[in-house]
Design a protein around this ligand. Structure first.
Ligand code: FEO
Length: 399
């Protein structure tokens, strides 16, 4: 019954779309949903690459049964064990008890831990090959992209890389599956958000994986989330390459907390000066309103980061403290850092932001501004100077 998109000769897309979950990992908003991608290769052997979230196992298994049309399923390759991809393995095994599950030694440990599966396993190591008829699948280990068991599977015949989460993006596949069949514009921002939310801490492992693949001829990337990359493969790889090097574009994210608008006025003054001095990419995030998912996206995307906080109970504003923790966990490197704060009777925020910048080893730009109570002319001028200093520094680095 199901019409399945053929990615290459006898390689079919059997993934599903999730438009029901509000939060990915119960953390990150999904305004455009998310796809869980799975691929079925019908060669002399029938090989499935990854499964899908268990919530969608019913439709997933029906698609596979349709495509197999009575054949047995010989192999399941598990590139990644996170449950959004491994959730249907136990049910798949019940339906196809003969299926051999291909993974590395870490995969197999997790198969037992998550599903109690200990038999019918086929272990592979770096560079191992699996002959499935006209194709010889090759396995490349990609540990910590972004779990330790992650591996990539390469099909040399069709020059397809099955890349687990790498090169993935939030967003469902609304009809089209391959990038050539759709307008992909909405996926670029969602790719950056996905990377910064999910993979962000693991820049070095992503770089190692990219280096490992540099000698491999790749014409198509089949990730576990978002479009199959073919026409825009270069752009998808370049975004992951840039983000995993923590390289920001010319622009500034101003992230601030404000209870009654006084700290916010400082942020507005800084933004005005940035724009007056030629910075076009400026994003202001009120931490009480912007979800951290979107703040992290802009922290990863731009080289300039300016953070402002009122003093709250002798500490940072709580939501600022929270976003600092998320940035620190992701070990964001090489940001141009400006900061400012306010207080009513005893200042603590600026001191704490100073310590944060030192811990992150970021370059401090301009002079931090500390305001008592409402914004006054002298501090307004200091905010303008901070914005101008950041703009000047960004322009210097762009030359
Ligand atoms: Fe899409 Fe790391 O799971």
């Amino acid at each position: 019954m199901y019409k399945l998109k053929e990615i290459a000769d006898n390689i079919f897309y059997v993934g599903v779309n999730d438009r029901q979950k509000a939060l990915f990992e119960n953390l990150w908003p999904l305004p455009y949903g998310v796809s869980y991608n799975s691929y079925l290769i019908l060669d002399e052997k029938a090989v499935l690459i990854d499964t899908v979230d268990v919530c969608y196992s019913d439709i997933f298994l029906k698609k596979i049964a349709d495509a197999l049309n009575g054949r047995s399923l010989d192999y399941l390759v598990v590139n990644h064990m996170e449950p959004d991809h491994s959730g249907s393995i136990r049910l798949l095994r019940q339906q196809y008890p003969e299926v051999q599950i291909v993974g590395n030694n870490k995969t197999h440990g997790m198969l037992e831990g998550f599903h109690g599966i200990t038999d019918g396993l086929f272990e592979v190591k770096e560079g191992d090959k699996l002959n499935i008829g006209s194709r010889e699948l090759t396995f490349y280990m990609a540990p910590m992209v972004h779990w330790p068991e992650v591996m990539f599977t390469y099909d040399p015949k069709d020059k397809i890389l099955f890349s687990a989460d790498a090169f993935g993006a939030y967003g469902t596949l609304d009809g089209g599956v391959i990038d050539t069949d759709m307008n992909v514009e909405r996926f670029w921002e969602e790719m950056i958000r996905y990377y910064s939310n999910i993979v962000g801490k693991y820049g070095n492992p992503v770089q190692k994986a990219l280096q490992k693949l540099s000698g491999v001829e790749i014409g198509t990337i089949c990730s576990t989330h978002g479009p199959v990359w073919r026409e825009h493969l270069g752009k998808a790889v370049s975004i992951y390459d840039r983000l995993s090097r923590y390289e920001g574009e010319e622009g500034v994210a101003i992230v601030y907390g404000s209870m009654y608008g006084n700290t916010e006025q400082m942020a507005e003054a800084i933004a005005y000066a940035l724009a007056e001095n030629g910075v076009k990419n400026i994003v202001l995030h009120n931490v009480s309103k912007s979800h951290p998912s979107y703040i992290l996206k802009d922290v990863f995307n731009y080289r300039g980061l300016i953070i402002g906080s009122p003093t709250y109970s002798g500490q940072l504003f709580p939501e600022i403290e929270s976003i600092l923790s998320k940035i620190e966990v992701r070990e964001v490197k090489d940001r141009l850092f400006g900061y400012f704060g306010s207080f009513t009777w005893a200042g603590a925020a600026v001191k704490r932001l100073t310590a944060f910048g030192e811990k992150m080893k970021w370059e401090v730009v301009g002079s931090p501004v500390e305001q008592k109570q409402a914004l006054k002319a002298d501090k307004y001028t200091e905010c303008l100077a901070l914005g101008e200093a950041m703009a000047t520094k960004l322009k210097q680095q762009t030359k």
